[in-house]
Design a binder for this molecule. Structure first.
Ligand code: SF4
Length: 206
């Protein structure tokens, strides 16, 4: 079973968001609080895709509202991109985690889970019709492009998905947060901003 069994005939964002609440396309729903569907401008030129909701997103039900989201906000602002004009989602809509004492530690979704959840991303892209999809991190790039992507080699480049989407892979903001020291974090942040800064030139509609 995959999410394809749960995508409704009505492909409006509202209908998709409602149906995704009851998705059982893989086992990740069992230990998550809720489905975290995409949010943002309904006809955004730019769609941003992350890996999966984190601990904060799982509790609040919204994408990129935790620490990685705050870093993304700063990077978008530095790149001259208005978050309100974008649509933000994740490749996988449920939080995958393992317990560590009282904490819930993020676990990378498997390829099977990413593939199982891809029908939701496809439906979101079909509904929003973005000109560019920015895929943040290897999992998002894998889902958006439909094949494994080496982000270190392909970041900032324009890649086509099998459906003809224009995809720009880059790093995930949480990888910048995990950098060992502040100067390394700053270098990585600047590189992330450089990748994002090149995107507006690819947009015709704005
Ligand atoms: S992760 Fe995706 S496919 Fe799996 S249950 Fe959640 S919404 Fe469905």
């Amino acid at each position: 079973m995959t999410a394809a069994d749960f995508v409704p005939p009505d492909r409006s964002l509202e209908a998709l968001r409602g149906a995704a609440c009851d998705c059982r396309g893989c086992s990740l729903w069992e230990h998550a609080t809720q489905t975290v569907f995409g949010e943002g401008a309904a006809h955004a030129s730019l769609m941003l895709v992350g890996e999966q909701p984190g601990d904060v997103e799982d509790k609040e039900g919204e994408p990129f509202v935790g620490p990685a989201g705050r870093l993304l906000d700063r990077a978008l602002e530095a790149a001259g991109i208005d978050r309100e004009q974008t649509y933000i989602t994740n490749a996988v809509k449920h939080f995958k985690w393992r317990p560590a004492g009282k904490r819930r530690l993020h676990q990378k979704p498997s390829t099977t889970e990413v593939v199982a959840c891809r029908p939701w991303l496809v439906a979101e892209v079909e509904a929003v019709q973005p000109e560019v999809v920015v895929a943040m991190g290897a999992t998002a790039a894998r889902s958006a492009v439909g094949r494994p992507v080496k982000v270190t080699q392909e970041r900032g480049q324009v890649v086509q998905s099998p459906e003809g989407w224009t995809v720009v892979p880059t790093v995930h903001p949480s990888s910048i947060l995990r950098a060992d020291d502040p100067s390394d974090r700053e270098v990585q942040f600047d590189a992330f901003v450089r990748d994002l800064s090149a995107v507006p030139a690819l947009l015709v509609r704005r």
